[in-house]
Ligand binder design. Structure first.
Ligand SMILES: Cc1cc2nc3c(=O)[nH]c(=O)nc-3n(C[C@H](O)[C@H](O)[C@H](O)COP(=O)(O)OP(=O)(O)OC[C@H]3O[C@@H](n4cnc5c(N)ncnc54)[C@H](O)[C@@H]3O)c2cc1C
Length: 291
């Protein structure tokens, strides 16, 4: 099916882009790489009279270290750029690896992190790891800027806390605490993940504290605090086994959807397996960083 005609706007500044969205209201949509939106427009699931192309807007790409030592990522950065960006590779190696594993090279070169988060397709990789990293999303509209924690941004399938007329401009990741490590892995037999698990690990007293997130399994990432509590005080060498047992116990209550990626029970099983593996991976990286 051909896309119904629309007017394409190509602003050069954020102010111009925001003004266009304000002027055309519900008749306008931002477009970044177009890897999701163009498919929906072609299928005529969506239609807008005006598309505001963000690709030429200055200042929305790349990654840098901010004044507080955190990492600021421009929302228009493509997955390919982030996989290869020196700042991301040095300070967020788990995130660089995740970006390098998204889809295929064509999607990675066109698709942006901002588009991934704003579309909120549930079978996505970045949200779970960004939750574990404590990311904050910066949303702007004319005369107002606000921050939303990643864990509150995606509210359900294809739905976010972004309000009409707002653009996601930046993803801020706080400087990881000394000795912290992160691990992420997904599993699926289609292009998108059926399940993804992100684990953060940091020194706490004489042991380690873990943060465990499961993504792609339901409409929004889920934090497995039961697993985190079970890991409190567990010897590092036993953490993976403790996590796996706790994840199996917690998995029964995990919200999961039956869909083309697998049954809900299959995904719960995958989640428990990946939790054990990622707790192990994060603990090993943490130990290696100390030597
Ligand atoms: C074949 C295929 C395989 C894929 N596999 C994976 C995978 O393995 N893992 C994974 O995580 N993802 C996967 N994806 C999803 C991919 O990551 C996204 O398609 C891509 O990141 C979307 O970015 P985009 O710039 O193309 O968004 P667009 O299509 O341009 O936009 C998507 C939506 O976000 C809105 N939007 C875009 N940017 C902004 C902004 N800055 N502020 C506000 N709203 C904005 C648009 O209005 C639109 O509603 C896959 C996609 C495809 C097509």
């Amino acid at each position: 099916m051909a896309i119904r005609p629309f007017q394409l706007h190509r602003p050069r500044t954020l102010e111009e882009a925001l003004a266009l969205l304000e002027e055309h209201g519900d008749d306008a949509s931002p477009i970044a790489g177009g890897t999701e939106l163009l498919v929906a427009l072609k299928a005529r699931v969506l239609h807008y009279e005006h598309l505001v192309d963000l690709k030429k807007v200055a200042g929305l790409r790349g990654a840098s270290i901010d004044a507080a030592g955190g990492i600021a990522i421009g929302a228009l950065s493509t997955h390919h750029e982030l996989a290869n960006h020196p700042v991301v590779r040095e300070h967020l190696p788990a995130y660089a690896a995740l970006s390098d594993n998204i889809a295929n090279i064509r999607v990675r070169c066109a698709g942006t992190l901002g588009g991934n988060l704003c579309f909120a397709e549930p079978h996505a990789d970045p949200p779970a790891l960004l939750c574990a990293l404590g990311a904050q999303l910066v949303l702007e509209r004319p005369g107002r800027s606000r921050r939303v924690p990643m864990q509150d941004f995606i509210t359900s399938d294809f739905t976010t806390a972004r309000e009409d007329g707002e653009l996601l401009t930046r993803i801020d990741i706080p400087r990881p605490v000394a000795g912290a490590s992160f691990a992420y892995a997904n599993f699926g037999h289609l292009e998108r993940p059926a399940v993804g698990v992100a684990v953060g690990c940091r020194p706490a007293g004489s042991g380690l504290a873990f943060e465990v997130w499961v993504g792609a399994i339901a409409g929004r990432p889920v934090r497995l605090d039961r697993v985190e509590r079970a890991l409190e005080g567990a010897p590092a060498g036993e953490a993976a086994a403790v996590a796996r047992r706790a994840a199996e116990a917690a998995a029964g209550t995990l919200e999961a959807h039956d869909d083309i990626h697998g049954s809900a029970d299959y995904k719960r099983h995958l989640a428990a397996v990946l939790v054990g593996r990622m707790v192990d991976a994060a603990a090993r990286r943490q130990a290696q960083a100390q030597t």
